[in-house]
Design a protein around this ligand. Structure first.
Ligand code: ZN
Length: 266
């Protein structure tokens, strides 16, 4: 027994060494290349909070090996512009910036900041009273939605864009609620739509039913380093490889276009 006890410290060292060599093999050679800030709101509706927490886990997992730094916050209010500018991209998971942080966010975006917004992060209606944000999104306010959340057939508008790289030209994405916007973002010449909800889905929904109309799902405003993704409701978004590839493509494309430099250049 005594001999066995004496072996414990040696075994502990062996285990520790093994762990260290494993970790080192996965470290990025040049350390973190950029910083991303995840913005979310735990006070949002349950399905939007579920998505936000799964997304936080998803983006944190992408940092394994210290390729980049990801921070998360429920409010931009405490940040100075310089602090915010340290982040190459803000990933808005289920909320727009709060009222007091609107001027800061506008300044960040107008000076080259990045924004990847999911689902409810772009929600706005007549009560929102933020004209800059509506223009930023392409002019649309919430018009209607499908309910309950369900899978949907999506079609690529462009298959030669970095955001849709290696995605099938049409595919069924996991269950989500989708927002239709008015006026249609596509009518705005500053907007480029990359993915659209197929008209083959109509009538779309069981309780709240969308019967037709242009239904863009992923788009960018060419005047900003921004991308909106309509999905982001519930706990099924990260069950599908195509969906996860779209999210990574989108994230990467915004980073590649950072005016401070492409962090993926050698
Ligand atoms: Zn929703």
């Amino acid at each position: 027994m005594k001999h066995l006890l004496a072996l414990i410290p040696i075994l502990a060292i062996l285990v520790a060494c093994g762990e260290r060599s494993y970790r080192e093999a996965n470290y990025a050679k040049d350390g973190p290349r950029f910083k991303a800030l995840l913005l979310y709101d735990d006070g949002a509706e349950l399905a939007h909070v579920q998505f936000a927490h799964q997304a936080i886990g998803f983006f944190r997992k992408l940092t394994v090996g210290e390729g980049f730094v990801v921070d998360s916050t429920q409010s931009l209010s405490g940040y100075s512009l310089d602090q915010l500018k340290e982040y190459s991209v803000i990933v808005a998971l289920n909320a727009a910036p709060s009222k007091d942080a609107r001027p800061l966010f506008e300044e960040y975006m107008e000076s080259g900041g990045g924004w990847l917004g999911f689902h409810a992060s772009a929600y706005n209606d007549a009560r929102t009273d933020w004209p800059w944000f509506v223009k930023f999104l392409g002019g649309g306010v919430f018009k209607c939605n499908n309910w309950p959340p369900q899978p949907a057939l999506l079609e690529l508008d462009r298959s030669d864009h970095p955001v849709t790289k290696n995605l099938p030209v049409s595919y069924v994405c996991p269950a989500s609620e989708f927002y239709q916007w008015s006026p249609e973002p596509r009518k705005n010449p500053d907007i480029e739509v990359l993915v659209t909800l197929s008209a083959k889905n109509y009538p779309f929904g069981l309780k709240d039913i969308v019967y037709g109309g242009d239904f863009p799902v992923v788009w960018t405003n060419r005047n900003y380093r921004m991308l909106y993704i309509n999905m982001g409701h519930g706990d099924e978004q990260f069950t599908d490889s195509t969906e996860k590839l779209l999210f990574i493509n989108a994230f990467r494309w915004l980073l590649e276009n950072d005016p401070a430099g492409n962090p993926f250049d050698k």
